[in-house]
Design a binder for this molecule. Structure first.
Ligand code: PMV
Length: 308
């Protein structure tokens, strides 16, 4: 039997602007993860057991564009296996689905790693990342590639589309609280809406994207220098830009304000927006208070994570 895992992720700065070539920062969230086990089977076919999404079926019964089936088909094509092996594949994931924590990328990365190990088709991280990016494109339109990158490398990433991946380290650990609005919103749609705005007034939105890019740049330096106290203000500025881009929502703004009121140093939406998650920078000892203030303000779930 062969096992592989991949973590969730959260974007700290620069979402949306990253689609237009500006830098963004994202970090792995290791409290949640996708875990895959692949074993040989005496039963003919490739059987997939994914109880979290109520799936127990043979590969050929899946629609070919099903996210799990597309990973397996693409892998078998890529690895040029001559005859289909008989396999049992177990997929379990604690990454909440469609909530900006990278659930799709986590399953893809864990699955392709488990398959490549089990079928002796070795893949470098770079290859896994490129593979996962192709899968993201199938399901999400025009993704920047930040999700698959953070999930593959499982390290904090300073990401610029199409450029060499830069992994960075925090000079001092810092804590963020992630609050889930309970509203599932499609990133594909908010990305398309931003594109519509941009097409109609490129110079205005390019200026905004530049500002978001500068925020990511400054934030990375601050994190590396261990000066996380300045990140709060940068989060607030980034949130204001995202509001102008129309990707915030009533629920997100409410949680951001609740975080401020409970003593967070800064807060912003994270990811595609319109729903999904927000994040708040907190002093570690305030994290529980901020998390419960978020729950009282309507969050459906919170996660406290330390970036080190
Ligand atoms: O919704 P998430 O967490 O997958 O993040 C999307 C980030 C965007 O910048 C809006 C899109 C992208 O592909 O980078």
């Amino acid at each position: 039997m062969t096992k592989a895992s991949a973590p969730g992720k959260i974007i700290l700065f620069g979402e949306h602007a990253v689609v237009y070539g500006r830098p963004a920062l994202a970090v792995p969230v290791t409290q949640v993860h996708a875990d895959v086990e692949v074993s040989d089977s005496s039963r003919p076919g490739i059987w997939i057991d994914a109880p979290d999404i109520n799936v127990h079926a043979e590969l050929n019964t899946f629609p070919s564009d099903h996210p799990i089936a597309s990973v397996i088909h693409n892998f078998l094509f890529l690895s040029r296996v001559s005859s289909f092996p008989n396999l049992e594949i177990k997929i379990a994931s604690t990454v909440p689905v469609a909530s900006g924590l990278g659930s799709g990328a986590a399953v893809t990365v864990a699955l392709v790693r488990a398959l490549s190990l089990h079928l002796h088709h070795s893949m470098t991280d770079e290859e896994v990342n490129a593979f996962a990016y192709e899968i993201e494109k199938l399901h999400h339109g025009t993704p920047s590639g930040i999700d698959n990158t953070v999930v593959t490398y499982a390290k904090p990433v300073y990401f610029i589309k199409g450029e060499t991946i830069e992994i960075f380290k925090a000079g001092q650990p810092f804590t963020i609280v992630i609050g889930y609005t309970g509203v599932s919103a499609l990133t594909k749609e908010s990305v398309a809406d931003v594109r519509y705005l941009w097409r109609n007034d490129k110079s205005r939105w390019e200026t905004m994207f530049d500002k978001a890019g500068e925020i990511s740049f400054t934030a990375r330096r601050a994190i590396e220098a261990g000066k996380s106290e300045v990140l709060g203000e940068l989060m607030n500025e980034n949130h204001a830009l995202l509001q102008k881009l129309t990707v915030s929502s009533k629920e997100l703004d409410l949680l951001v304000e609740a975080a401020w009121d409970a003593g967070a140093t800064g807060a912003k939406l994270s990811g595609g927006g319109r729903g999904g998650n927000m994040i708040a920078l907190v002093q570690t000892e305030r994290s529980e208070d901020v998390a419960s203030a978020l729950m009282s303000a309507g969050a459906k779930r919170t996660l406290i994570t330390t970036i080190s």
